[in-house]
Design a protein around this ligand. Sequence first.
Ligand code: GTP
Ligand code: MG
Ligand code: ZN
Length: 226
Amino acid sequence: MVNVPVLRSITEANALLADALRERFSQQDVLVLNIIASPGAGKTALLERTIESLNGELRLSVIEGDPTTSLDSERILAAGVPVVQINTDGGCHLEARMIQVALGHLDVEGADVVIIENVGNLLCPTGWDLGEDAKVVVASLPEGDDKPLKYPMAFATAQAVVINKIDLEPYLPARASVLRENALRINPDLAVFEISALTGQGLDGWVDWIREKLTEKREAKNTTPH
Ligand SMILES: Nc1nc2c(ncn2[C@@H]2O[C@H](COP(=O)(O)OP(=O)(O)OP(=O)(O)O)[C@@H](O)[C@H]2O)c(=O)[nH]1
Ligand SMILES: [Mg+2]
Ligand SMILES: [Zn+2]
């Protein structure tokens, strides 16, 4: 009998393609981050600030996911970085096959870091591997400090949490310290950064983390026998 590979589900097919992408990113020595957050948490604002800090030092590229419009891509282009927009046409998450298509339009070989801004949604993007090295959750204070408890999967599968909009803390009942505690309760291994993408406060720790992740990835590759 012929042994036919059977993909049990669309997410299994996605996972296989994501693994192939991860292998490609590894060969190309590029760090890939998948940014997940609810709409308006400040993903694009964080990217703009990150580009401001790192452009010139590291070669960045961005993949933007949105249901419609290229508004975010225009902001990234204005910040001076190559970008590809994926419009999901109403779809609520990015999938590996979309990243594969986007890569046809990006010079990944010439990049150090590719940052993917996922569709604004704290639920299902978590279940779709894009071949990234790390998921990063952006949780903004106005959303409330209980979000890690209510949406645990995003926090459980992430390596870092960026608590954004801390400039608004004096006007809100939510506390950055409580958000941090709740995030760490779900996942004690998280790197947590408290920032304001508006004022730039706290950006240094986040940007250092990106540098460290890139160095770690390159060092791990150089010490692994081929
Ligand atoms: N006060 C304050 N406002 C912020 C901060 N970061 C972002 N904003 C504002 O929050 C709004 C949403 O920011 P975006 O960067 O567009 O958020 P996003 O997560 O990319 O949104 P979508 O892509 O639509 O899901 C904008 O009006 C930003 O100016 C911050 O640190 N403090
Ligand atoms: Mg955005
Ligand atoms: Zn979805």
